[in-house]
Design a protein around this ligand. Structure first.
Ligand code: ADP
Ligand code: MG
Length: 149
């Protein structure tokens, strides 16, 4: 299932993340796709807020730390950036499988599409496209677990 949204500011993208948070929490792994600056981290701020896991200012890019964890009452959001991860062996050291197996965990992954295994295992993907300085197209695709498309 595919749904398209448009936002006209970072604040609107945060608000969209907040609105979709409960629904996304039903997934385990969500790929956030799009160029640098497209709005992936901005959207994550809203999701973390929507799940009472963090306030938007607490959510920063995990570019160097690779994984940031935000714990809410019912869900824990893991914001993961694989930009610097170069191969499957490095990926394995992050222990994403363990995180995936725990009830209530939501993994939001930037640059996860680099790895076939994550392309295969994700429950949903959100594609961010920059339309202008402040406008973004945001397309959410969810799929039944185990399906290839
Ligand atoms: P990414 O994680 O995809 O690299 P970020 O969320 O870190 O992108 O950065 C997006 C940048 O674009 C931020 O500086 C943000 O303020 C700006 N921006 C402008 N308009 C929007 C919008 N509509 N949605 C999201 N971010 C926007
Ligand atoms: Mg980012």
């Amino acid at each position: 299932m595919k749904r398209e949204f448009r936002t006209a500011s970072a604040e609107e993208t945060i608000a969209l993340g907040r609105e979709l948070a409960q629904e996304l929490a039903g997934s385990r792994m969500v790929l956030l796709r799009g160029d640098l600056g497209a709005g992936k981290t901005t959207f994550t701020k809203g999701v973390a807020e929507g799940l009472d896991a963090a306030s938007q200012d607490d959510v920063t890019s995990p570019t160097f730390t690779l994984i940031h964890e935000y714990r809410g009452a019912h869900n824990t959001v893991f914001h993961i950036d694989l930009y610097r991860i170069e191969n499957e062996r490095e990926l394995a050291t992050l222990g994403l499988d363990d995180l995936m197996n725990e009830e209530g965990n939501l993994l939001l992954i930037e640059w996860g599409e680099k790895f076939p295994r994550l392309l295969r295992d994700h429950d949903a993907e959100i594609i961010f496209t920059r339309l202008s300085d402040n406008e973004r197209q945001i397309v959410l695709s969810t799929r039944p677990t185990g399906s290839e498309e």
